[in-house]
Each structure stands twice: as structure tokens, then as C-alpha cells.
Design a protein around this ligand. Structure first.
Ligand code: SAM
Ligand code: SF4
Length: 335
């Protein structure tokens, strides 16, 4: 790090950057996108070189963890060039971790390249182990392709965490089968509450919401849950299932607010910086990046943005409406 670290107004050091490298995706998950999405024109996107410059600037300013997301990051053309180029920051020790969140559809193709670029852990989103339900929730996805991708990732040496969105009336009946499948396949597992993001064209938000409090209640009927103290600096809280030793993560933006320990900001594929996933405020970084070959303007814009990072989000379903809803889709900011 060459400059003063990034600290927000609530004394939280910003050491984690999530970067959405594309808004496009080969799936259309019902809670994430509408079926006929309009995507950004390609010329709006940061080029791979610009993404490199952005990320390298953040790393110089103290970012130690970089998560690549989207849309589906692995559908961006030549994305491996970007991963390979980021690995220089791992080699120098400036970056502690380079990772990605993916739907898994392209992993069979890219798992080896990701490992070679220094990626060691990845998150794969998977909400069901049932073929027909998988097609229903992703609209365009194929379960077997994702399972093959997970297998390829493990064989390449990547540690895989499954992220499962808890969806009422959809995967409630798979709570135990998903949990057991992860244990027997040596996969970590985290459950996520559905968040009110983006207009889904009539999709019922409140109806999709299955509180993780309920989910934990159901788990507790079969297992003894032991609360674990360790945190990853992220929003997840962990429990251990005493009978098996398996650890499960819970991301509960709605039943528990996790903002006090927030150490992250999110960059979109067009260079907007969102200081909070659940707020509309953002800063344009593409302008300052393109305005000068030196990074001084960009660094100033980043510092000014971090100085506006809000205390937290305002999501709330308690009045049976999706309060605090933000208009952009998760695929825009990068989940
Ligand atoms: N396409 C990749 C994937 O699916 O993993 C990366 C981007 S996706 C937007 C990142 C994560 O956001 C996924 O785990 C997805 O399940 C989650 N997600 C999308 N929309 C969501 C919503 N409304 N509430 C909660 N999680 C959501
Ligand atoms: Fe695509 Fe991921 Fe959104 Fe599903 S959750 S539509 S895979 S970006």
C-alpha cells in the first residue's frame, strides 16, 4: 500500500472490493432478473484494462480482498486475461485474496485457469438439487452443467462454498438434503435471505421471503446448533451442527443487520462505486479514470466516495411490503 488507508466515517477500514465485471448472465434467476432484461451497451462497460487500473488503484489504497462477480463473471469475454493480470498483486503480497462468485455454468471450462491465476476459494450459487426446480428458478440454467462445474473446481484444487438463497415454498423441503449433500461433498454452505433488489416484473418479493430464523428453527429440530464466534469480516454468521461438526453460514440482511462491521464497497461494470448494497448513492469513477492518465483524480474520487459511505441499509419486510427496496438489480451491483 502506498497511500493512507481508506477509512469510512464510521471508522470502518475498507479492505474489500467487489467488482461486477458484466451485467450479463446466461441464467435469469427469478429473484435476480426479469426474463427479458435489457443489458448495457458494450461501450458503456469498463474495458479489461480499465478494470485492471481501477482494481490496482484500490489495492494500492489498501484493498486486500477482491471478489469478482456480475452478472455472471465467467461470461465476460477474455475474463481470464483479467484474472491472470490480477495475480501479480497476489504475488507481490498486496492482495491477500482473489476470488469470485459464479453460477457455476462455465466452471468446467475455467476452473484450472482460475487456480493457475491464484484463485483458491470460490462461491457457487445453487438453490436446489432438483433438475426441474433448478430450471424453474434459473429459467435458463441446467443443473448437470453446474454440478459438473463444481466437480471440476474441486478437482482443480478450489475450495467451493455453496450460496443458497432461502426461498419460501421453493427450497424449504430441501433444507436437509442440501445440508447433507454439502457435508458429503466437502462443500461449505451459506444460506442467504432474499433481498428486495430490482424490479422483477410482478415477481412477489414478500412471498419469496423465507426468514433464516425460521430456517434455523427447522434445522434445530434435527440438529443441535452451536453458535460460532468466528467471523470472516463479512456479513455471514456461523453455526456448527454438533452431531456432525458441519459449519453453516447465514447471511441475514433482514432479520439481523450486519452493517456495523461492513468493510466493503462495490464497483459496477460501468465504473460506479456503490458504498452500500442497500442504498442508491453511488460515485462515478469512470469519469475520473478516463479524464487523466495519472491515477490522482481517481484516488481523490475514491476517497470522496468512501467519506460518504452510509452507516447501513434500510431493507425491511416487517410491514409486509418490501421496504427499503432499491431499484437496481443485484446483477448490476454484483451480489
Ligand atoms: N451470477 C453469479 C452468481 O449467481 O453467483 C454472481 C452474481 S449473483 C447477482 C450473486 C449472488 O447474488 C448469487 O448468490 C445470487 O443468488 C444472489 N442474489 C441475486 N439476487 C438476489 C436477491 N434479490 N436477494 C438475495 N440474493 C440475491
Ligand atoms: Fe445470473 Fe447470478 Fe443473477 Fe442468477 S443470480 S440471474 S446467475 S447474476
Amino acid at each position: 500500500m502506498t497511500s493512507v488507508p481508506l477509512i469510512d466515517p464510521f471508522a470502518r477500514p475498507i479492505s474489500y472490493l467487489r467488482v461486477s465485471v458484466t451485467d450479463r448472465c446466461d441464467f435469469r434467476c427469478v429473484y435476480c432478473m426479469s426474463e427479458n432484461m435489457t443489458f448495457l451497451p458494450k461501450k458503456e462497460l469498463l474495458t479489461l484494462e480499465e478494470l485492471d487500473r481501477m482494481c490496482s488503484t484500490f489495492i494500492r489504497m489498501g484493498v486486500e480482498k477482491l471478489r469478482i462477480t456480475g452478472g455472471e463473471p465467467l461470461v465476460r469475454r477474455e475474463i481470464m486475461t483479467f484474472f491472470r493480470s490480477m495475480s501479480r498483486h497476489l504475488e507481490s503480497g498486496a492482495l491477500q485474496e482473489l476470488t469470485l462468485t459464479t453460477n457455476g455454468s462455465q466452471l468446467s471450462r475455467f476452473a484450472g485457469d482460475l487456480y493457475a491465476a491464484g484463485v483458491r476459494r470460490i462461491n457457487v450459487s445453487l438453490d436446489t438439487l432438483d433438475d426441474a426446480k433448478f430450471s424453474r428458478v434459473t429459467r435458463w440454467g441446467k443443473l448437470s452443467k453446474v454440478l459438473d462445474g463444481i466437480d471440476a473446481a474441486q478437482k482443480a484444487g478450489l475450495r467451493v462454498k455453496i450460496n443458497t438463497v432461502a426461498l419460501k415454498g421453493f427450497n424449504e423441503d430441501e433444507l436437509f438434503s442440501l445440508t447433507e449433500w454439502c457435508a458429503s461433498s466437502d462443500l461449505d454452505l451459506t444460506f442467504i435471505e432474499v433481498m428486495p433488489m430490482g424490479d422483477l416484473g410482478g415477481e412477489d418479493r414478500v412471498g419469496q421471503y423465507w426468514s433464516l430464523k425460521d430456517l434455523r428453527g427447522q434445522l434445530a429440530e434435527q440438529y443441535t446448533l452451536k453458535e460460532l464466534d468466528h467471523r470472516t469480516g463479512g456479513p455471514a454468521r456461523y453455526v456448527e451442527l454438533k452431531e456432525t461438526g458441519q459449519q453453516l453460514g447465514f447471511i441475514t440482511p433482514l432479520t439481523h443487520n450486519f452493517c456495523e462491521s461492513c468493510n466493503r464497497v462495490r464497483l459496477t461494470c460501468t465504473g460506479e462505486l456503490f458504498m452500500c448494497l442497500g442504498q442508491e448513492d453511488n460515485a462515478d469513477l469512470r469519469g475520473p479514470l478516463r479524464a487523466s492518465e495519472s491515477d490522482t483524480l481517481l484516488e481523490d474520487a475514491i476517497r470522496a466516495a468512501i467519506a460518504r459511505k452510509p452507516k447501513g441499509h434500510d431493507f425491511d419486510y416487517s410491514r409486509q411490503t418490501a421496504d427499503g427496496q432499491v431499484s437496481r438489480h443485484m446483477s448490476h451491483t454484483g451480489g
